[in-house]
Design a protein around this ligand. Structure first.
Ligand code: MTE
Length: 331
């Protein structure tokens, strides 16, 4: 099976979003949420074709928890255009611009997510029920791609643990398996055997229940753009970006480590854990440093690199999950 090699691409010319611009967006959202939250819900279906729309039912206070939960704090946010124009979503092609250019065909409504397996109350959730399941939060997280670039993204969502608690996992639920949609009619990349479809990912149950692990429905205060994994995706900020499965349709609680797409494709390069770790190199390149998208001179051509942090900077929050484990073996 021909397998794609993740590539180092030149960055898009870009700048950092000035915080004032971002704050301006939030003010606009606050006004919108105060006046039009109800009608926003009704209008979502009509807006499905739009790349970005305000989040319905959004908490106008936009609680931001960057420092308490290990967010990226004062780091500059990556420009919205880069967050939504430089993506990995192989169901829509393997170039960084393909998801932006091709994901318009993804139909995000109606949408259901089934949560099943080792649990007392398996259930299929409609996307509207999911949106209301827990208070919508804002989390500013670093995203570190295994290819060596990173972004700082303000996500909107709530902890995955809130969903898992609903189905009451049994004591046999040791892992959680995630499946993305794989529909050839909507996703041109699924006709190519670049990965085994559907895109599959997995977490250990304690990782899945960790308060940093987010189910995201939006970014920058807007409904998730399709190229970023609409209508619902995972965000696991201390792991390489590929652990954060997009456009999820099925979540299974299981008793054994589940197969994952990248591990099936190239097991020597991509392990199950995939924690961001500057001390464990990828077999073909160093993981010690990263290029923050939008940084560097001449539109990024003069690359400025910054050191990669252990667990992507979330070591105080998640380090103890791996106490006693050999992280070279469990990469
Ligand atoms: N999820 C699916 N279903 N398909 C993919 O190809 N790519 C992963 C991850 N989730 C991917 C996916 C990779 S490699 C990364 S780095 C992140 O999504 C990128 O997320 P972003 O495009 O929102 O930055």
């Amino acid at each position: 099976m021909p397998v794609p090699r993740p590539r180092f691409d030149l960055p898009l010319p870009s700048e950092i979003t000035p915080r004032a611009v971002y704050e301006g967006r939030r003010d606009w959202l606050r006004m919108l949420a105060a006046g039009a939250a109800g009608s926003a819900l009704a209008g979502w279906a009509a807006r499905d074709a739009l790349a970005a729309a305000p989040l319905p039912g959004k908490n106008p206070a936009l609680p931001s928890v960057p420092s308490a939960l290990g967010g990226a704090g004062a780091e500059a946010l990556t420009r919205y255009d880069d967050v939504t124009g430089y993506n990995n979503f192989y169901e829509f092609g393997t170039d960084k611009s393909d998801p932006h250019d091709n994901a318009g065909t993804l139909k995000t409504r109606p949408w259901t997510v089934s949560v099943e397996g080792e649990c007392a109350k398996p259930r299929t959730f409609g996307i509207d029920d999911l949106l209301k399941l827990a208070p919508m939060e804002e989390r500013i997280y670093r995203l570190r791609c295994v290819e060596g670039w990173s972004m700082v993204i303000p996500w909107n969502g709530w902890p995955l643990a809130a969903l898992l608690r609903q189905v009451e996992p049994t004591s046999r639920a040791k892992y959680v398996a995630f499946e993305s949609l794989a529909d050839k009619r909507q996703m041109p990349g699924v006709s190519r055997a670049v990965l085994e479809w559907p895109y599959r990912e997995g977490l250990r149950i304690d990782e899945a229940m960790h308060p940093l692990t987010l189910l995201a429905f939006g970014l920058y205060g807007e409904i998730l753009p399709k190229q970023n994994g609409a209508p619902v995706r995972l965000v696991v900020p201390w792991k390489y970006g590929f652990k954060s499965a997009k456009s999820i349709v099925r979540i299974r609680l299981v008793d054994a480590e589940p197969p994952t797409s990248w591990n099936l494709a190239i097991p020597r390069e991509y392990g199950f854990y995939s924690n961001v770790n500057p001390k464990v190199d990828h077999p073909r390149w160093s993981q010690a440093s990263e290029r923050r998208i939008g940084e560097g001179g001449l539109g990024g051509l003069i690359a400025k690199r910054r050191p990669t942090l252990m667990f992507n900077g979330y070591e105080p929050q998640v380090g103890q999950l791996y106490a006693g484990m050999d992280l070279r073996k469990f990469y």
